[in-house]
Design a protein around this ligand. Sequence first.
Ligand code: SAH
Ligand code: F3S
Length: 484
Amino acid sequence: MDQVEKVIDEKKQGKPLLTEQKEGNSKKLFIESYGCQMNMNDSEIVAAILAEQGFNTTGDINEADLVLVNTCSIREKAEQTVRNRLQKYNHAKKHNPKMKVGVLGCMAERLKAKFLEEEKIVDLVVGPDAYRDLPNLVEEVEAGRDAVNVILSKEETYADVSPVRLNSNGVSAFVSITRGCDNMCTFCVVPFTRGRERSRDPQSIIEEIRSMHDQNFKEITLLGQNVDSYLWYGGGLKKDFHKASEMAQATAVNFAQLLDMCATEFPKMRFRFSTSNPQDMTLDVIHIMAKHKNICKYIHLPIQSGSNTMLKAMNRLHTREEYLELIENIYKIVPEMNLSQDMIAGFCGETEQDHQDTLDLMEKVKYSFGFMFAYSERPGTLAAKKMEDDIPLAVKKRRLQEIINLQQEHSLYRAKEHVGKVQEVLIEGTSKKSENEWKGRNTQNTVVVFPKEHYKIGDFVNVKIEDCTSTTLKGTAVGYSENN
Ligand code: SAH
Ligand code: F3S
């Protein structure tokens, strides 16, 4: 596994997710999640739905009545990880023959009933839009029958389900605002596994944040495959917006307006969002970020490649020049903004010159962070159907390593920019390296560690940054911030 992918995997990959136990619930649910933040949030929704059906979560697979794994299809490696987990479940089943096994998420959607044939251990297959049907499906499985629901929906946003916060630090939480993606990047399986784009009622988003606020959460990340495309016009698919009534169109809420609403309504909470697609990002959003101190000055702005030929082949609907212009405009409005990227090395037909264009673009932007991958062909995508996966693995890996090495230089460069400044940090927990130090993040999403003193989790603290590595800032607290 390449270095950066390993870091991401370790951070995200499943630990059994645990929640508060609900009195009277006698059945045990073991649930783990792989892949993106939205999967983590979906598992919280699933746990909430199943809590109503008598299930409490457990961290011990050997006592579970139901084992669920929320899966990712984004790269072949992600799917292999899940297959390996299923082998482990096979082992557990020998000790715990009553346990039933269900597969959720993108692999469920991609493989559908084939899963039941390919993996004998699997009893239940449920796609990302069908979690509301889980009570019925689980009943089927308990009666000894296999159950499958992978129907994608035009409407489903789980707006009325309050997710139970799993493994939560009690400080930061995710709130999903859009589901699905209409962008059809040629390499990407997400439009097939998560369906068409639809947005969630802003009122239900505000209410969910209010409940988080009342439980003392301090930071919310608004989630979507493509948050800048958020558009609420009373429900329905984004692509059907033009069919809505004049009234519905005139009163529609876009992403900039939603951000404005959230930041205004909860001035003591911090807001983040992910992911932004450059072609859908508007400067209105940047102006709203500039207007509110409590919207974090950080944008994850994937580009995938610095070459116009590759961007076109990938069906990314902008050029390298338009992307650089967007960034220039972002800095004009919010000079302290930090940016991160996703890059794919070795996409179909990528020449050495295309790769150099990627390195050159990185030099121009100098991102603070990056998530970098070797291209992995996904069945069913346009690239798999129409283009040849023609870059040898060794070349993909070499190019990826060059991208990773350059990113590490830039991460250090950006980290050094913080040294000497006093920055507001929200304390999220104890530093992994030292019991005596807190860990939190500044507004730009860079991790900061500092001695604990009398501060506690959830405090907003001003920290003088004294030193750094490429991934972590080190400092000393100088007092509570005004936000505290
Ligand atoms: N909009 C989404 C993107 C999901 S995929 C979001 O919310 O983040 C995350 C990243 O995985 C993409 O930006 C891309 O860099 C990478 N990726 C997607 N498909 C891939 C593939 N077939 N091979 C390698 N990397 C891929
Ligand atoms: Fe995938 Fe492109 Fe959407 S990367 S999630 S199709 S924006």
